[in-house]
Design a protein around this ligand. Structure first.
Ligand SMILES: [Zn+2]
Length: 254
């Protein structure tokens, strides 16, 4: 089996004490590719650093809605410079978070749109974080996206929204919450969207899937997400792993 974790934060401080051990464990697992995702300038840099150290790790760079309040135009220029690195495969994570509202909403909308423009300019796909802002996330993508592919990471919206994103060339990525007992509606979505638009991710160190819930998450747990999706689709976990590996490789042009 070959698994692709399309969204991880291995540079997070929760891995500072044993990052090497965790990565050794991944090397000996079924996880064969990982995209490590930045959320500000510092973590965009550390994502690239990790990607340069390990052949199977790739980097996404961008500024998360939590951190856009201090964003400057020069940051966009700097992201452009960082994107010249050959291991950078996406812009992200970018988007809207109206649950925490760490940045004013108009500022979030502005930098989300600007970073979509950046992805178009650089011909890279973009990774979307969206919480309690589904309509506006959709509208901003619709107004600003031209050719870039995009993925709704850790999808938690409705089937109707999933279909709208797919109609705009979007992908839908499932994380730990899809394994939770109460996520019946989320699991229903899997059967009702095309298989070639599904990605899987851990979003580690956050959001551990069942049966690891409550513990620190790491990319090897992506297998539990694969198992859940496979059982919903009535296919083998091997087959689901293969489909999502191919989807992510196509999405990130790896
Ligand atoms: Zn994330």
């Amino acid at each position: 089996m070959k698994l692709f974790d399309s969204h991880a934060h291995l540079d997070d401080e929760q891995f500072d004490e044993d990052r090497k051990e965790v990565i050794d464990k991944i090397i000996n697992s079924n996880v064969k590719r990982i995209v490590n995702v930045g959320a500000d300038i510092k973590t965009s840099e550390s994502s690239i650093k990790l990607a340069q150290q390990y052949e199977f790790i790739y980097a996404a760079i961008g500024i998360h809605p939590h951190d856009v309040s201090n964003c400057k135009l020069s940051d966009i220029e700097y992201l452009k410079e960082l994107a010249a690195n050959e291991k950078v495969v996406a812009i992200g994570e970018i988007g809207l978070d109206y649950y925490y509202d760490h940045s004013p909403r108009d500022v979030q909308r502005n930098w989300f749109a600007r970073q979509i423009e950046l992805s178009e300019e650089l011909k890279l796909p973009f990774i979307v974080h969206s919480r309690d802002a589904s309509e506006e996330t959709h509208d901003i993508i619709k107004a600003n996206k031209k050719k870039s592919a995009f993925v709704l990471h850790c999808f938690g919206q409705s089937l109707e929204m999933a279909k709208k994103y797919i109609d705009m060339d979007g992908y839908i990525s499932f994380a730990g919450p899809v394994t939770y007992k109460k996520s019946v509606k989320l699991r229903e979505i899997i059967k009702n969207i095309p298989k070639d638009r599904i990605l899987i991710e851990t979003d580690c160190p956050y959001l551990s899937p069942e049966p690891k819930r409550g513990k620190r998450n790491d990319p090897t747990n992506v297998e539990f997400i694969a198992k859940t999706l496979a059982s919903e689709l009535n296919i083998s976990t091997d087959k689901l792993a293969e489909i999502t590996f191919d989807n992510a490789s196509r999405f990130f042009s790896i």
